[in-house]
Design a protein around this ligand. Structure first.
Ligand code: FE2
Length: 280
C-alpha cells in the first residue's frame, strides 16, 4: 500500500486512490528539479492540485533564488520526495563534484559561491527535512505500479536519456518491476518505451533548458511537469509546460541577495526581454 511505503498514516487522498480506482481515473502529478525557483513552482500549484497524488522527484532547493521558501512550500505540501543529488549535498550527506561539469573556470567559481550561499540560507530543520527524502518511492494502484527515483533507482546521478540503449535500461532497472519508471535529473522531458513499461521524465519545474540554433543553452520561462491519468488498464501521460512571468522571476532573484544575480539570469529568455550578452 502506498502509505506504508511513505511511512505515514493513510491520507484521505491515498485512501481515495485505493478505493476509487475501479470507478474513476486517478491522476498523479510528477514534479522534479525545482531548484529553488518558487516562482515557477507556484505557477503550477493550482494545476497540480487537480492531482490525487503529487510526487516530487528531487533536486528541490539548490541553484536557485528561493531555497528556503521552496523548502517551506514542500514541507507544507507533504508531497513524498525522492532524494536528488543536490538534496543529498545540501542535507550534508554527500559532496558535490563541480569539477565534473564542463564549464569555464570563472563560471565554476560562480557556481561554487551560489552553492555556498544556498547552504548558508537553510538551517538544521531544513537539512533534516532533506535528509528524510527517499532513494526511491513506489506508488501502486490496483493495476499500475510507478517507481519514482531521481536519476535512476540505483543512483541519483545516473542519467536516463531518450538515447540510453535498451540493454543498459535492462541493467538499470534489473529487479525493479514497474509499469512506469519515473525520474528527473536530466531536465529533459521524455516518454519512452521499455519492454511493456514506459519511462517518463517530467522535465524541470525551475530550471528547464533548450539549445538554440546557435548552440547556446537557454532557460525558457515555463515550468515543466507531468500528469499521469490511470483508469482501469489504461494509462495516459501528459508532459506539460506552463508559462509564468519573467519579471516575477527577475524580481525574486534581485530580492534574494544571491551572488551574481545577473549571471544567473543571463540565459533566461521571455517575451520582450533583450538577449543578454555572454562573455567572449
Ligand atoms: Fe537537477
Amino acid at each position: 500500500m502506498p502509505h506504508e511505503r511513505f511511512g505515514e498514516q493513510p491520507s484521505t487522498r491515498q485512501r481515495f486512490i485505493e478505493d476509487c480506482f475501479v470507478i474513476c481515473p486517478v491522476r498523479i502529478a510528477l514534479v522534479s528539479d525545482i531548484h529553488g525557483n518558487l516562482v515557477a513552482l507556484e505557477s503550477i500549484a493550482s494545476e497540480i492540485e487537480e492531482a490525487d497524488q503529487v510526487v516530487c522527484l528531487g533536486d528541490v532547493a539548490a541553484s536557485g533564488p528561493q531555497p528556503r521558501d521552496t523548502l517551506s512550500f514542500l514541507r507544507r505540501s507533504r508531497w513524498p520526495c525522492v532524494l536528488g543529488n543536490t538534496d543529498e549535498v545540501l542535507a550534508g550527506r554527500g559532496k558535490e563534484n563541480l569539477s565534473r561539469l564542463k564549464m569555464p573556470e570563472d563560471e565554476r567559481q560562480k557556481m561554487v559561491s551560489l552553492h555556498g550561499w544556498t547552504a548558508s540560507k537553510i538551517d538544521g530543520a531544513d537539512r533534516r527535512f532533506l535528509a528524510g527524502f527517499k532513494q526511491t518511492i513506489e506508488v501502486n494502484t490496483r493495476s499500475h505500479s510507478i517507481l519514482c527515483y531521481h536519476g535512476s533507482p540505483r543512483s541519483n546521478t545516473e542519467k536516463i536519456l531518450s538515447t540510453t540503449p535498451e540493454d543498459r535500461l535492462f541493467e538499470i532497472f534489473s529487479g525493479r518491476v514497474a509499469n512506469v519508471y519515473a525520474g528527473g535529473h536530466t531536465h529533459e522531458q521524455m516518454v519512452r518505451k521499455f519492454g511493456s513499461s514506459l519511462v517518463v521524465n517530467p522535465g524541470s519545474v525551475g530550471l528547464p533548458f533548450f539549445t538554440d540554433p546557435h548552440g547556446d543553452v537557454k532557460n525558457p520561462i515555463w515550468a515543466e511537469y507531468a500528469m499521469l491519468s490511470l483508469s482501469g488498464d489504461s494509462l495516459r501521460i501528459d508532459l506539460r509546460r506552463t508559462r509564468y512571468s519573467g519579471k516575477a522571476l527577475e524580481e525574486a532573484v534581485r530580492r534574494s541577495g544571491m551572488p551574481d544575480p545577473g549571471w544567473w539570469l543571463r540565459d533566461w529568455v521571455w517575451p520582450g526581454r533583450e538577449p543578454q550578452t555572454r562573455p567572449p
